[in-house]
Design a protein around this ligand. Structure first.
Ligand code: NAP
Length: 537
């Protein structure tokens, strides 16, 4: 086993796991503050989610001028996005540009997956091992491992026997995949499926979509980025970023969001607002009124509006009915599409309802579901991720006294501010469970966490301290708070991945926290009070 302790044989100040947007900015911040840091990344390049998710149609649902770093004025001025919503290759190119511009790659080890991180109590350092047998030592570890980075491949009987190629949207090959002339099956109808189905349908001879739960989707109305709008944003980019940081989900300051109640609006006013948001496109649909995710009755009005749209878009009434969801809208992550529902009007596309039966088996020739066998040449699993905790728990992380994280989190993730876990000193999680993360523009959440961690490390150094750990009482209160906030919303009311409900056997706990500004204010107040709720040594 080789041992890397930094160039001079000493432990690193900071070991960062993952070179996506979180890991890249954490490295930049560490360097800026004068800490010796190294990033370990499983992939062969930077980009994280945008490195792995190369499926056809992959695109960001947050507008490009918002889904980008705000930490460097020159960077945000110089980069030109081509479209309102950027596609995966362009976002990956942006990540690569950032890596080159700030010379990040020299402190990143690629092609190495962290498999274990054990805390050495006596030395107050972390020992970290990789799948290649590398061993590193660092005073602090930052898990920049992403919220949606462990693919969920369901354990369907016979899956290994399929005769054709199998793909998971989150582990897409780097070589182009050509579905021309093939009978393709897609399992799943979440965001990845909603984006890929219209694109795959343009190539495939036959497309069969296996749907367990119907999904709500709002049109993207993607278009080339309007240069006049870009110029307006760039004239005061810092101000634009600041306004977005005060939005509930840290995006959409330009949206004309409405805080009024849907229940108090007249039917005509409701129709006008929903029409306006539908025409605008994108996730801002839920901001048509202030109570859509807070009140089940308001939510039902928005849900009925989308179901009307589905009936208008899909010609066959039975297919339209099958595509119409019954759960609250946005309870599962709202999708954003380009021609999703319309794809089911094509003669070579069929929808198979597996709500009652699930997929019964995969066979060498195809898929058995709903009591019959569907012959397929290629199979796409758009079945999502073991979200928020999956990647952390797949590593062997052990804290004080050798306590495994898996044991600590047996009844669900426990932590303080989504940033640190009691019993695991000097270990930070970026956009961890218990923070707003996946309910926000991820890049804004990432930047807020990185700034907080950087300031915390600088504060420890300035105060001659080398160890920080969340207190159990603070952690208990925090988890109670996160659950309390969720219980006042529509979010616990369906089987979403926010609750872990998509992974059989996973503990059902609502993981993200609703409301970015209040959360960011709380983090700032904790720091200003000398890291209240943390034990510092
Ligand atoms: P997902 O939302 O979890 O969707 C997975 C789909 O697979 C669901 O329709 C699910 O059905 C189905 N499924 C799972 N296991 C199954 C099984 N055993 N049998 C049959 N069907 C099964 O995953 P995703 O689409 O990859 O999206 C995950 C998240 O990534 C999104 O919510 C979003 O936050 C993010 N994302 C963002 C973008 C973007 O910005 N544009 C794009 C893609 C993804 P059930 O609903 O019944 O569980």
């Amino acid at each position: 086993m080789t041992s890397t302790r930094g160039d001079d044989g000493n432990a690193l100040d900071l070991l960062i796991v993952g070179a996506g947007f979180a890991g890249m900015y954490m490295l930049f911040k560490a360097r800026e503050l004068g800490f010796r840091a190294r990033v370990i990344e499983a992939g062969d390049d930077v980009g994280g989610t945008w490195y792995w998710n190369r499926y056809p149609g992959a695109r960001c649902d947050i507008e490009s001028l918002e889904y980008s770093y705000g930490f460097d004025e020159a960077l945000q001025q110089e980069w030109r996005w081509s479209e309102r919503f950027a596609a995966q290759p362009e976002i990956l190119a942006y990540a690569r540009h950032v890596a080159a511009r700030f010379d990040l790659r020299r402190d990143i080890t690629f092609g190495a997956r962290v498999t274990r991180a054990w805390f050495d109590d006596a030395a107050s350092t972390w020992e970290v091992g990789t799948d290649g047998g590398q061993a590193l030592r660092a005073r602090f570890v930052v898990m920049a491992t992403g919220c949606l980075s462990s693919a969920n491949l369901p354990a369907i009987p016979g899956i290994e026997t399929f005769g054709g190629p199998r793909y998971h949207t989150g582990q897409w090959p780097h070589e182009p995949v050509d579905f021309s002339g093939l009978r393709v099956g897609v399992i799943g109808t979440g965001s990845s499926a909603v984006q890929s189905i219209p694109v795959i349908a343009r190539q495939a001879r036959e497309l069969t979509v296996f749907q367990r739960t119907a999904t709500y989707s709002v049109p993207a109305h993607n278009a080339p980025l309007d240069p006049a709008y870009e110029a307006r944003v760039k004239a005061d980019y810092a101000g634009f970023r600041r306004r977005n940081e005060r939005m509930p989900a840290a995006f959409g300051a330009n949206l004309d969001a409405n805080d009024a109640s849907a229940l108090e609006a007249t039917p005509a006013e409701r129709q006008r607002r929903f029409d306006e948001r539908w025409r605008a496109g994108g996730l801002g649909f839920t901001r048509a009124f202030g109570d859509i995710v807070l009140d089940a009755r308001a939510n039902a009005l928005a849900a009925a509006y989308v179901r009307d749209k589905i009936r208008a878009l899909v010609r066959d009434a039975a297919t339209a009915a099958l595509l119409s969801p019954s759960q609250p809208v946005a309870c599962k992550r709202l999708c954003v599409d380009t021609g999703y529902y319309e794809t089911f009007n094509l003669p070579h596309v069929r929808l198979v309802d597996i709500a009652a039966t699930g997929i019964e088996a995969v066979t060498p020739r195809g898929v058995r579901a709903a009591g019959r066998e569907f012959a397929l040449d290629a199979l796409v699993f758009a079945t999502g991720f073991d979200a928020m905790t999956g990647t952390l728990l797949r590593m062997d992380i052990r804290g004080r006294g050798g306590l495994p994280l898996a044991e600590k989190w047996r009844a669900g993730p426990l932590n303080y501010l989504g940033l640190m876990v009691a019993g695991f000193p000097n270990l930070f999680t970026i956009t961890g469970p218990g923070s707003p993360s996946v309910l926000t523009n991820m890049i804004v959440s990432i930047e807020q966490h990185v700034r907080w961690i950087g300031a915390c490390l600088a504060w420890l150094r300035a105060h001659g301290r080398s160890r920080i750990e969340a207190r159990e009482a603070a952690e208990r209160d925090w988890v109670g708070h996160v659950n309390g906030v969720a219980s006042r919303t529509i979010f616990p009311g369906c089987n979403s991945w926010y609750l872990g409900a998509n992974v059989p056997g996973k503990v059902r706990v609502f993981m993200p926290l609703l409301g970015f500004p209040a959360y960011a204010d709380k983090c700032a107040a904790v720091a200003a009070a000398g890291y209240e709720g943390f034990a510092v040594a």
